[in-house]
Design a binder for this molecule. Structure first.
Ligand code: ADP
Length: 302
C-alpha cells in the first residue's frame, strides 16, 4: 500500500511554437485542461502500475475540485483523506509546451497550501498502515517534515521527490529512505553540477552523507544514477520518441514507489521506473501519459 501526501492541481496546457520573452505576447496553438499536480500525478502513476494507493491532500471549494476528486476515484485512488477547503481555489498549473517538447511551468498552489503540519497528525494511522509514504514539495515544507517524522516513528519507508526544490532546503528533508531529485533539483540541493554521470555520482554521495539512505538522480535521456549501500551506478534510459516530457519524473517516481513497495531491489525498481519515464515522455499530457504495468514490463523485457 502506498500513501501519497501531496499536491492536486488542474493543469492548463498551452502549446506554442516557442516560449514568449518577457513583455512579448504570442498566439498559442491550443489549450487543454488536464488533472495534475505532482502528488496526484505520482499517485496515478503508481495506481496505473497496479499499486493500492491512497492520497492525502486538499482541493478547493470551486468546480475544479469535483473534477479533481472524481479523477482520483476514476484511477481507483483512495480519496477519504482529500478534503475540500471551506473557501478558496484548487491548485492550478499553467504549462507551456514548445514544439521540441520542452516545458515551462507556473504552479499556483492555492488549496494545497492549506494542508498543515497539525492536519498531518490526524493521518498518523493512514501513514502507519502504508508500505511506502511518497512525498513531493508542492505542499508546505513543514507539513512534509511532519509526515516524514510520523512515517519514521511508524517504521514506514519514505520516498521524497524534492520538487520543486526550494532555495532553503531544511536538512530534516534529507532524513528519508529514498530521495529522487532530477538534475536541476540535485544542483539546487547540493550546489554541485549534475549534468554528467560522474557529477551525479559526486552529488549523490554528498546527499547520502547528509542523511539520505538511498539516492536516485534522474538524468533525462541518460537514465538514472543510483547510489545506495548495495549498488552504485548508472541505470541507462530506454530509447523513446520524445513528445512531451512533462510527467516523465512523476511516472518515474510513482513506479519506483510501486516496485519498492513490492520489495523489488532498488536497481530493479529503477529499471522499471526508467521504462515508465520513457513511455510517459513519448506521450502528451501528465496523467494521461502514465503507462500500465503491462506496457512497462513489455519495454523492460524488450
Ligand atoms: P523530470 O521530468 O523530473 O525532470 P527526468 O527528465 O530526469 O525527470 O526524467 C525522469 C526519468 O524519465 C529519467 O530518469 C528517464 O528514465 C526517463 N526519461 C526522461 N526523459 C527521457 C528521454 N528523453 N528518453 C528516455 N527516457 C527518458
Amino acid at each position: 500500500k502506498i500513501t501519497v501526501l501531496g499536491s492536486i492541481n488542474m493543469d492548463l496546457v498551452v502549446r506554442c511554437r516557442s516560449f514568449p520573452n518577457p513583455g512579448q505576447t504570442i498566439l498559442a496553438e491550443s489549450s487543454t485542461e488536464f488533472c495534475g499536480g505532482k502528488g496526484a500525478n505520482q499517485a496515478v502513476a503508481a495506481a496505473q502500475a497496479g499499486a493500492d494507493v491512497t492520497m492525502i491532500g486538499r482541493v478547493g471549494s470551486d468546480s475544479f475540485a469535483d473534477r479533481l476528486l472524481q479523477n482520483l476515484k476514476d484511477h481507483h485512488i483512495g480519496t477519504e483523506n482529500v478534503q475540500r477547503i471551506a473557501d478558496g481555489a484548487s491548485g492550478m498549473a499553467i504549462i507551456s509546451l514548445d514544439r521540441s517538447g520542452q516545458n515551462s511551468i507556473t504552479v499556483v498552489p492555492n488549496a494545497n497550501l492549506e494542508l498543515s503540519e497539525t492536519d498531518v497528525e490526524s493521518y498518523r494511522d493512514v501513514i502507519a498502515a502504508s508500505d511506502v509514504l511518497m512525498l513531493q514539495l508542492e505542499v508546505p515544507i513543514q507539513t512534509v517534515i511532519a509526515a516524514i517524522r510520523i512515517a519514521k516513528q511508524s517504521g514506514v519507508r519514505v520516498m521524497l521527490d524534492p520538487a520543486p526544490a526550494p532555495h532553503d532546503f531544511p536538512s530534516d528533508l534529507l532524513d528519508v529512505d529514498l530521495l529522487c531529485p532530477n538534475q536541476s533539483e540535485t544542483s539546487q540541493l547540493t550546489s554541485l553540477p549534475a549534468e554528467l554521470i560522474e557529477q551525479a555520482k559526486v552529488a549523490a554521495n554528498q546527499l547520502r552523507s547528509q542523511g539520505c539512505q538511498n539516492v536516485a538522480i534522474t538524468l533525462g535521456d541518460q537514465g538514472t544514477y543510483l547510489s545506495s549501500p548495495t549498488y552504485e551506478g548508472q541505470l541507462p534510459a530506454f530509447t523513446t520518441n520524445v513528445v512531451d516530457t512533462t510527467a516523465a519524473g512523476d511516472a518515474f517516481a510513482g513506479v519506483l514507489a510501486t516496485c519498492w513497495a513490492q520489495q523489488k531491489s532498488l536497481p530493479e525498481a529503477v529499471r522499471y521506473a526508467n521504462a515508465a519515464g520513457a513511455i510517459a515522455a513519448s506521450r502528451l499530457g501528465a496523467q494521461s501519459s502514465m503507462p500500465s504495468w503491462q506496457e512497462i514490463e513489455q519495454l523492460v523485457s524488450s
